[in-house]
Ligand binder design. Structure first.
Ligand code: HEM
Length: 414
C-alpha cells in the first residue's frame, strides 16, 4: 500500500521549489488512491493512456454558484440565469466532445500558419523593446520585467484587443489563472473574486465583439465573431466570450512560467546557457527539454465517467483523477537519466502540452515566444547571476513557477 498523502504534500507550499522527489514516490504506483478519494496517475504510460481514454472527462468544474449580492432582484432573478449561462457555456478546456471539438475546431481555424509566424517575428521585436526600456539596469526581475508583459501583449495582439486596453488584461489574467488550481473551487472568497473578474472581462469582451462584428479586422476575434467553420454556424456570444477568456488564461501564466523556469534552469546549467548564447539555433531543443524538465502545467484534473481499471486499481465512477504530467516527464521507464537537463535528448515525448483531444492549441505560439525570450536574455544580459536559489514561488501547484526571478547583471547589451 503506497503513502496516500503524497499528493496532498505536492500541493503544500513547502514542496513548491522541488516537488520531484514526491513525484518519484508517486510513480511507484502507476495509479494510486489518495486519502481524500482523488486518484493520481503518475507514470508516463498511465497518463498517456488516460489522456486518450474516452471514459475520462474534462468536465470537472462544479456547477456555477455566484456569490449573493444582497440585492433581491439580482440574487433571485439575474443570478439563476447567469449561473445557467455559465454552466452551459464553459470554456472548451472544461468540455467533452462533441461541444469541445466544435469550439476547438473554430479556434484552430483562426490559428493560421501566417498568424503564428507573424507573432513569431513580433515576439523578437517585443522582447527587444522590453529589454531596451530597462536601459543600463544592474538588476532585472525576469518575471515582472519580461516574462509577465510579453504573453499578454502577444495574446491581445492575436485576438485584436486595442493596445490601450492591454493593461487591464494583466490583472484579469493573473486573477483568473487561479481558476485552474484544483483547490480554488473550495475557496469561497477566491471564487467570488474570480466571479467578479469574469463579469468585468465578459462585459469588456461583449463590447469588443460587437465592434468586431461591425468592423471586422484581420485578427482572431473578428474571425471567430463573423465566420462559422466547416458549415457550422458562428460561435454564440457566450461561447465566444468563454473562448477569448480561455485563450488569455491558458496562454498567459503558462508562458510566463516557461520563460522563468527556462532562465532559472539555464542559470543552474551555465554550460547550456553558454551553448545557447553561442548558437541560438539550439533554442527549439532547449525549449522542448524545458517542457519536459520544468513544465509550467504540472498536472491537470479529470473525472472518471464510469469505473476504469488501470494497473490493478479501479477508479470509481465520478472520482476526481489527477494526471501528473510533470511526473510522467521524469519517468525512468521512458527517459535515460530523467533527472538530468539535457537539451540533446533524441526521444523527448514530453507531456508538457498535454496530449490527445485537449493538446495545447497555443503550442507553436508558446514555443516561439519562449525561444525569443530566452535567446535575447542569454545574448543581451551581461554576466547574469541569481540573487536567490531557489527563488520564491507562486502559490499554485498545478501552474507552477517562480513569483520573482531576480538577477544581478553587469548591464544589458544592445
Ligand atoms: C508554455 C506555454 C504553455 C503551456 C506549457 C501550455 C500547456 C497546456 C496544456 C498542458 C494543455 C492541456 C490541458 C488539458 O489537457 O486539460 C493546454 C491546453 C490549452 N492551451 Fe496551452 N499551454 C501554453 C501556452 C498556450 C498559449 C500561448 C495558448 C493560446 C494563445 C494556449 C491555449 C490553450 C488552450 C485554448 C487549451 C485548451 C485546449 C483544449 O481543451 O482542447 N496555451 N495547454
Amino acid at each position: 500500500m503506497s503513502d496516500d498523502t503524497l499528493f496532498a504534500r505536492v500541493k503544500e507550499e513547502a514542496h513548491r521549489s522541488n516537488p520531484y522527489p514526491l513525484f518519484a514516490a508517486l510513480r511507484e504506483c502507476p495509479v494510486s488512491r489518495q486519502e481524500d478519494g482523488t486518484y493520481v496517475a503518475a507514470t508516463h504510460a498511465a497518463i498517456a493512456s488516460l489522456l486518450h481514454d474516452p471514459r475520462v472527462s474534462s468536465e470537472t468544474l462544479p456547477p456555477a454558484d455566484r456569490p449573493k449580492t444582497g440585492n433581491p432582484f439580482k440574487d433571485w432573478l439575474v443570478k439563476p440565469v447567469r449561473d445557467h449561462i455559465t454552466d452551459t457555456h464553459r470554456p472548451f478546456i472544461f468540455r467533452d466532445p462533441p461541444d469541445h471539438d466544435t469550439l476547438r475546431a473554430a479556434v484552430m481555424h483562426q490559428f493560421t500558419h501566417q498568424r503564428v509566424q507573424a507573432m513569431r517575428a513580433r515576439s523578437h521585436v517585443l522582447v527587444d523593446e522590453i529589454l531596451n526600456k530597462l536601459g543600463d539596469a544592474r538588476s532585472i526581475d525576469i518575471v515582472d520585467d519580461l516574462a509577465y508583459p510579453l504573453p499578454v501583449t502577444v495574446i491581445c495582439e492575436l485576438l485584436g484587443v486595442p493596445p490601450e486596453d492591454e493593461e487591464q488584461f494583466h490583472g484579469w489574467a493573473t486573477q483568473l489563472a487561479t481558476a485552474l488550481e484544483p483547490d480554488t473551487h473550495q475557496d469561497d472568497e477566491l471564487r467570488a473574486e474570480n466571479s467578479r473578474t469574469f463579469d468585468a472581462i465578459s462585459e469588456y469582451m461583449q463590447g469588443l465583439i460587437a465592434q468586431k462584428r461591425k468592423a471586422p479586422q484581420d485578427d482572431m476575434l473578428s474571425g471567430l465573431a463573423t465566420e462559422g467553420t466547416d458549415g457550422a454556424p458562428r460561435m454564440s456570444d457566450f461561447d465566444l466570450i468563454a473562448t477569448a477568456i480561455l485563450m488569455l488564461v491558458a496562454g498567459h501564466e503558462t508562458t510566463v512560467n516557461l520563460i522563468t523556469n527556462g532562465m532559472l534552469t539555464l542559470l543552474r546549467h551555465p554550460e547550456e546557457l553558454r551553448r545557447l548564447r553561442e548558437d541560438p539555433s539550439r533554442a527549439p531543443r532547449v525549449v522542448e527539454e524545458l517542457l519536459r524538465f520544468e513544465p509550467p502545467v504540472q498536472f491537470r484534473t479529470r473525472k472518471a465517467l464510469c469505473p476504469i481499471t488501470h494497473g490493478g486499481v479501479t477508479i470509481p465512477e465520478s472520482a476526481p483523477l489527477v494526471l501528473l504530467l510533470a511526473a510522467g516527464n521524469r519517468d525512468p521507464e521512458v527517459y535515460a537519466e530523467p533527472e538530468r537537463f539535457d537539451p540533446d535528448r533524441t526521444d523527448n515525448r514530453h507531456l508538457g502540452f498535454g496530449g490527445s483531444l485537449h493538446y495545447c492549441v497555443g503550442a507553436p505560439l508558446a514555443r516561439f515566444e519562449v525561444e525569443a525570450a530566452l535567446v535575447a536574455l542569454v545574448r543581451r544580459l551581461k554576466n547574469p547571476r541569481l540573487t536567490a536559489d531557489p527563488p520564491p514561488y507562486r502559490q499554485g501547484s498545478a501552474l507552477r513557477g517562480p513569483k520573482h526571478l531576480r538577477l544581478t547583471i553587469d548591464g544589458i547589451d544592445p
